[in-house]
Design a protein. Structure first.
Length: 154
Protein backbone atom coordinates (compact mmCIF):
# COMPACT_ATOMS: atom_id res chain seq x y z
CA UNK A 1 0.00 0.00 0.00
CA UNK A 2 1.32 3.45 -0.93
CA UNK A 3 1.99 5.96 1.83
CA UNK A 4 0.20 9.27 1.83
CA UNK A 5 2.56 12.22 1.41
CA UNK A 6 1.29 15.31 3.31
CA UNK A 7 2.97 17.55 0.72
CA UNK A 8 0.90 15.91 -2.02
CA UNK A 9 -2.27 16.47 0.01
CA UNK A 10 -1.42 20.17 0.48
CA UNK A 11 -0.57 20.56 -3.21
CA UNK A 12 -3.88 18.98 -4.18
CA UNK A 13 -5.83 21.28 -1.85
CA UNK A 14 -4.08 24.35 -3.25
CA UNK A 15 -4.00 23.49 -6.95
CA UNK A 16 -6.90 21.13 -7.70
CA UNK A 17 -9.06 22.89 -10.29
CA UNK A 18 -12.15 20.86 -9.40
CA UNK A 19 -12.01 21.58 -5.66
CA UNK A 20 -11.13 25.25 -6.02
CA UNK A 21 -13.66 26.03 -8.74
CA UNK A 22 -16.41 24.26 -6.75
CA UNK A 23 -15.48 26.17 -3.59
CA UNK A 24 -15.52 29.48 -5.46
CA UNK A 25 -18.81 28.52 -7.11
CA UNK A 26 -20.43 27.80 -3.75
CA UNK A 27 -19.19 31.12 -2.32
CA UNK A 28 -20.44 33.15 -5.31
CA UNK A 29 -23.75 31.24 -5.36
CA UNK A 30 -24.20 31.98 -1.66
CA UNK A 31 -23.59 35.69 -2.29
CA UNK A 32 -26.08 35.85 -5.16
CA UNK A 33 -28.51 33.84 -3.02
CA UNK A 34 -28.40 36.52 -0.34
CA UNK A 35 -29.34 39.20 -2.87
CA UNK A 36 -32.03 36.99 -4.44
CA UNK A 37 -33.53 35.77 -1.13
CA UNK A 38 -36.57 38.02 -1.13
CA UNK A 39 -37.48 36.95 -4.66
CA UNK A 40 -38.01 33.35 -3.55
CA UNK A 41 -35.66 32.15 -6.29
CA UNK A 42 -32.43 30.26 -5.79
CA UNK A 43 -29.56 31.41 -8.04
CA UNK A 44 -29.78 28.12 -9.97
CA UNK A 45 -33.50 28.67 -10.58
CA UNK A 46 -32.82 32.24 -11.70
CA UNK A 47 -30.21 30.97 -14.18
CA UNK A 48 -32.65 28.39 -15.50
CA UNK A 49 -35.31 31.08 -15.97
CA UNK A 50 -32.76 33.16 -17.90
CA UNK A 51 -31.92 30.17 -20.11
CA UNK A 52 -35.60 29.42 -20.74
CA UNK A 53 -36.22 33.04 -21.62
CA UNK A 54 -33.28 33.15 -24.04
CA UNK A 55 -34.10 29.87 -25.76
CA UNK A 56 -37.85 30.27 -25.91
CA UNK A 57 -38.47 26.58 -25.27
CA UNK A 58 -35.31 24.50 -25.20
CA UNK A 59 -35.43 20.77 -24.69
CA UNK A 60 -34.45 19.32 -21.33
CA UNK A 61 -31.40 17.76 -23.03
CA UNK A 62 -30.24 21.11 -24.44
CA UNK A 63 -30.65 22.81 -21.05
CA UNK A 64 -28.75 19.99 -19.33
CA UNK A 65 -25.98 20.32 -21.90
CA UNK A 66 -25.84 24.12 -21.53
CA UNK A 67 -25.64 23.87 -17.74
CA UNK A 68 -23.25 20.89 -17.86
CA UNK A 69 -25.77 19.25 -15.58
CA UNK A 70 -27.02 15.70 -15.23
CA UNK A 71 -30.48 15.38 -16.81
CA UNK A 72 -31.95 13.87 -13.64
CA UNK A 73 -30.65 16.76 -11.49
CA UNK A 74 -32.07 19.22 -14.00
CA UNK A 75 -35.38 17.37 -14.03
CA UNK A 76 -35.60 17.66 -10.22
CA UNK A 77 -34.98 21.43 -10.42
CA UNK A 78 -37.50 21.81 -13.22
CA UNK A 79 -40.11 19.82 -11.28
CA UNK A 80 -39.84 22.26 -8.38
CA UNK A 81 -40.07 25.22 -10.75
CA UNK A 82 -43.02 23.68 -12.58
CA UNK A 83 -44.83 23.06 -9.28
CA UNK A 84 -44.34 26.76 -8.44
CA UNK A 85 -45.79 27.72 -11.83
CA UNK A 86 -42.54 29.24 -13.16
CA UNK A 87 -42.07 26.92 -16.13
CA UNK A 88 -44.08 24.45 -18.13
CA UNK A 89 -42.61 21.23 -19.43
CA UNK A 90 -44.41 19.82 -22.43
CA UNK A 91 -43.75 17.12 -25.01
CA UNK A 92 -41.41 18.04 -27.84
CA UNK A 93 -41.59 17.09 -31.51
CA UNK A 94 -41.19 13.43 -30.66
CA UNK A 95 -42.05 11.42 -27.56
CA UNK A 96 -38.44 11.27 -26.39
CA UNK A 97 -38.06 15.03 -25.95
CA UNK A 98 -39.61 17.52 -23.59
CA UNK A 99 -39.52 21.28 -24.04
CA UNK A 100 -39.26 23.78 -21.21
CA UNK A 101 -40.78 27.24 -21.47
CA UNK A 102 -41.46 30.10 -19.09
CA UNK A 103 -45.00 30.65 -17.92
CA UNK A 104 -46.32 34.21 -17.65
CA UNK A 105 -45.74 33.90 -13.89
CA UNK A 106 -42.15 32.77 -14.60
CA UNK A 107 -41.61 35.81 -16.83
CA UNK A 108 -42.93 38.06 -14.07
CA UNK A 109 -40.74 36.37 -11.45
CA UNK A 110 -37.72 36.81 -13.70
CA UNK A 111 -38.50 40.49 -14.27
CA UNK A 112 -38.96 41.05 -10.52
CA UNK A 113 -35.68 39.24 -9.75
CA UNK A 114 -33.60 41.15 -12.30
CA UNK A 115 -32.92 44.19 -10.05
CA UNK A 116 -31.71 41.84 -7.30
CA UNK A 117 -29.39 40.13 -9.77
CA UNK A 118 -28.08 43.56 -10.84
CA UNK A 119 -27.31 44.40 -7.21
CA UNK A 120 -25.44 41.13 -6.74
CA UNK A 121 -23.55 41.60 -10.00
CA UNK A 122 -22.65 45.16 -9.06
CA UNK A 123 -21.37 44.03 -5.65
CA UNK A 124 -19.14 41.40 -7.27
CA UNK A 125 -17.86 43.85 -9.90
CA UNK A 126 -17.15 46.48 -7.24
CA UNK A 127 -15.33 44.11 -4.90
CA UNK A 128 -13.53 41.99 -7.48
CA UNK A 129 -13.24 44.48 -10.34
CA UNK A 130 -15.35 44.50 -13.49
CA UNK A 131 -12.40 43.92 -15.80
CA UNK A 132 -11.01 41.11 -13.64
CA UNK A 133 -14.46 39.51 -13.56
CA UNK A 134 -14.76 39.58 -17.35
CA UNK A 135 -11.30 38.01 -17.70
CA UNK A 136 -12.20 35.35 -15.12
CA UNK A 137 -15.48 34.53 -16.88
CA UNK A 138 -13.65 34.25 -20.19
CA UNK A 139 -11.09 31.90 -18.64
CA UNK A 140 -13.81 29.81 -17.00
CA UNK A 141 -15.58 29.42 -20.36
CA UNK A 142 -12.31 28.17 -21.84
CA UNK A 143 -11.78 25.78 -18.90
CA UNK A 144 -15.29 24.44 -19.46
CA UNK A 145 -14.57 23.86 -23.17
CA UNK A 146 -11.35 21.99 -22.35
CA UNK A 147 -13.17 19.85 -19.79
CA UNK A 148 -15.99 19.00 -22.19
CA UNK A 149 -13.54 18.17 -25.01
CA UNK A 150 -11.54 15.94 -22.67
CA UNK A 151 -14.69 14.07 -21.59
CA UNK A 152 -15.77 13.61 -25.20
CA UNK A 153 -12.42 12.13 -26.20
CA UNK A 154 -12.52 9.49 -23.46
Amino acid sequence: MAELDPADVRACAQHCAAANVRRASRAVTKLYGQFMAETGLEPTQYSLLIACSLTGGATVSKLAEAFVMDRSALARNLAIMQKRGLVKVKPGEDRRTRKVALTPFGESALANAMPHWREAQSAVETQFGAERLQKLLSELRELMKVSVRTQESD
